[in-house]
Design a protein around this ligand. Structure first.
Ligand SMILES: *[C@@H]1O[C@H](CO)[C@@H](O)[C@H](O)[C@H]1NC(C)=O
Ligand SMILES: *[C@@H]1O[C@H](CO)[C@@H](O)[C@H](O)[C@H]1NC(C)=O
Ligand SMILES: *[C@@H]1O[C@H](CO)[C@@H](O)[C@H](O)[C@H]1NC(C)=O
Ligand SMILES: *[C@@H]1O[C@H](CO)[C@@H](O)[C@H](O)[C@H]1NC(C)=O
Ligand SMILES: *[C@@H]1O[C@H](CO)[C@@H](O)[C@H](O)[C@H]1NC(C)=O
Ligand SMILES: *[C@@H]1O[C@H](CO)[C@@H](O)[C@H](O)[C@H]1NC(C)=O
Ligand SMILES: [Fe+2]
Length: 466
């Protein structure tokens, strides 16, 4: 759109929506070439199997309790079960300890998994570097992680954001840019859709294995917080696979019981100065359902004096102005948005749409079927909604946007990338989205977040023209 057309459009919105929203957002002028993303071939370097008899592979960690003093370590052995124990020691003490785990296996159509081990290491010290070793008795491999500081209101902490990653050449660029970002992420909030194995015939679960080997270089060293996306459902009755989430729930364990959840698809954790709620777009969320009852009890427990930053993760976005998955998040929005406003959620991260978008602080809670009040309005108690399903999977980019750009949409761009949410203290967090551009991670969208509880002043980035 030319700048003249844009001015006319803004003026038109101004006339129509004078009491509502008069700030048009922006659609990036950066236009990426849209070749179809291609998965890395099976013999790629990133999928290499570690050498040695029964060597542990696909090593990954996630938070193992409510407050960050436990870590779940998971890995796969292929030749025989081997040991599910983890040997670990802190950088300072050097005294080696052993934690005992379990292993599981599953079959999917004609695929048989390796031995998938899960071991929770508990009672760790905060803010400490630990080394750990898996594969005890056969081939051992050593990794390390750093535990988060004790939960508290002014603890700085840096989260990375990645969604819909897949295992294409673009996925590898996204992960590389995340690793090379000068602002170092300490934990990844992964907003769902991991391997895209379900795009292969019979959901070829070998692609679940390759994906886990690909991301090991990050997730063996820092926790990734998991959200279940639609590509985790793996529901395929045509080949006799009728248990939803079978591969995902055998491979990725999360600490859902610590937050009194009854299913691994929705849960919460506290980490540093953040309270993070993970919701399930593909589990029942209507009134009286387990997820609804859990969230109803969960939100009043959030203590902003302890954890000022209230972050929600889900897969399917509520505010999405692309012509892909348009309004798929609507029914969940109708159910839960009033709570998000009431409890002043700071930010909601979602994936699913393979592009980037950031909203203004808006809500759309006034509509009651008959009153016609169905346009989102600026609301300083509402979260910012960020869609970051642009990790780079083989399905390619979502490029087709609704026009004109809705007023609630502050910034949108059809590029692959990742983001960093960098909490400074109880009032300020610096957020930046990095597009993958010509081999470089370019900071293409940024914003200072002001905490909704401690510093609830307008932090919008688009300004009215009057
Ligand atoms: C599973 O079945 C497919 C299709 O019949 C076949 O191509 C593949 O080789 C089989 N895989 C295994 C592990 O048997
Ligand atoms: C993936 O990225 C890493 C790090 O940049 C690089 O070493 C590796 O060769 C890449 N692999 C593929 C298949 O692109
Ligand atoms: C979980 O429920 C138990 C029993 O009601 C309660 O003691 C505990 O505080 C709850 N935990 C959380 C994180 O809400
Ligand atoms: C909230 O957290 C603060 C700081 O840890 C604590 O002093 C206070 O008692 C907590 N409030 C509630 C209602 O638990
Ligand atoms: C974009 O999506 C709209 C709505 O689905 C469709 O009518 C239109 O043809 C699409 N445009 C392109 C260029 O694909
Ligand atoms: C919080 O962080 C912001 C941004 O770094 C800074 O400007 C502000 O002074 C800090 N607040 C306090 C109380 O230190
Ligand atoms: Fe998705």
């Amino acid at each position: 759109m030319g700048s003249m057309g844009f001015k006319v459009l803004v003026f038109g919105l101004f006339l129509v929506n004078v009491a509502v929203l008069c700030n048009g957002g922006s659609t990036s002028t950066f236009v990426r070439s849209v070749e179809k993303a291609v998965d890395m071939p099976l013999d790629s370097d990133v999928f290499a199997v570690p050498s040695g008899y029964n060597a542990p592979q696909q090593v990954h960690i996630t938070q193992g309790d409510l407050e960050g003093k436990a870590v779940i370590v998971s890995w796969v052995t292929e030749d025989e079960p081997g040991s599910s124990k983890v040997r670990y020691w802190s950088e300072n003490s050097k005294q080696k300890k052993i934690a005992k785990g379990i292993f599981v296996t599953y079959r999917y159509f004609n695929y048989s998994s390796g031995y998938i081990h899960h071991c929770t290491i508990k009672n760790l010290e905060h803010n400490t570097k630990y080394y750990y070793e898996v594969g005890i008795t056969h081939t051992t491999r050593q990794f390390w992680f750093v535990t988060p500081p004790q939960v508290g209101p002014d603890v700085p902490y840096t989260f990375g954001l990645i969604g819909d990653l897949g295992q294409s050449f673009d996925s590898n660029k996204t992960l590389t840019h995340y690793e090379k970002n000068p602002t170092k992420g300490q934990t990844v909030l992964f907003v769902g859709d991991l391997s895209y194995a379900d795009n292969y015939p019979n959901h070829d679960n070998v692609r679940w294995d390759t994906w886990a080997r690909f991301v090991e270089r990050s997730v063996a060293y820092q926790p990734w917080i998991w959200v279940a996306g639609n590509h985790e459902i793996d529901f395929a009755p045509e080949i006799g696979e009728t248990v939803p989430f079978k591969p995902y729930s055998h491979r990725y364990h999360v600490p859902y019981k610590a937050s009194n959840s009854t299913q691994p698809f929705w849960y919460s954790i506290k980490r540093a100065s953040a309270h993070i709620i993970v919701l399930a777009s593909y589990s029942a969320y209507g009134k009286y359902t387990p997820q609804y009852k859990w969230l109803e009890q969960e939100l009043p427990k959030v203590n902003r004096t302890e954890t000022p930053w209230l972050i929600v993760l889900m897969h399917s976005p509520w505010y999405n102005s692309y012509n892909y998955h348009y309004m798929e998040g609507e029914s969940m929005r109708v159910m839960y948005e009033p709570w998000f406003v009431q409890y002043k959620v700071d930010v909601v991260f979602a994936g699913h749409v393979h592009a980037y978008e950031r909203s203004e602080r808006v809500s759309n809670v006034a509509y009651n079927i008959v009153n016609g009040i169905c346009t989102p309005v600026k609301d300083q108690s509402a979260p910012v909604y960020i869609t970051i399903g642009d990790g780079g999977n083989l399905e390619g980019l979502a490029t087709n946007m609704t026009e004109p750009q809705p007023a609630y949409s502050a910034y949108r761009e059809a590029s692959f990338g990742h983001a960093i949410f960098d909490i400074k203290n109880r009032t300020h967090a610096y957020y930046a989205w990095h597009r993958n551009q010509d081999g470089y991670a370019v900071e293409a969208d940024k914003m200072w977040f002001f905490n909704r509880f401690w510093h609830p002043i307008d932090d919008s980035t688009t300004h009215s023209s009057h």
